[in-house]
Design a binder for this molecule. Structure first.
Ligand code: TYC
Length: 108
């Protein structure tokens, strides 16, 4: 090995260029939540959890009772557009049936 590196020609005009690091961030996820109220029938909430969130009846009953006692509960976690669609269809279906049930979403 020589002590002194031989001069090597390059074509960069003395500029060092930093390669762009690809910034790959996972898209945020959203919890779809149901809020308790005093008027929506328990059976209607169970039906929502089974039909729009694919829960078996037992799980839907547990989640409904949790919302009933704690005030709020999570129906599922989704990408932003899927969560927005779930919130829209649940609120629309509740209004159609004259229930005040409120569905909403929050970032995980
Ligand atoms: N609190 C309602 C009742 O006593 C039941 C209920 C549960 C309502 C969950 C909304 O998100 C809800 N009939």
């Amino acid at each position: 090995m020589p002590d002194i590196e031989p001069f090597k020609y390059n074509d960069d005009d003395g500029l060092a260029v930093q390669e762009a690091k690809p910034k790959l961030k996972r898209p945020p996820l959203y919890k779809v939540i149901l809020l308790n109220d005093d008027f929506t029938p328990m059976d209607f909430v169970i039906e929502i959890l089974m039909d729009f969130f694919s829960m078996p009846e037992e799980k839907a009953t547990q989640v409904m009772l949790q919302i009933h006692t704690q005030g709020v509960g999570v129906c599922g976690t989704y990408s932003k557009d899927v969560a927005e669609t779930k919130v829209y269809i649940v609120n629309d279906y509740s209004r159609e049936n004259q229930h005040p049930l409120m569905c909403s979403m929050e970032e995980v």
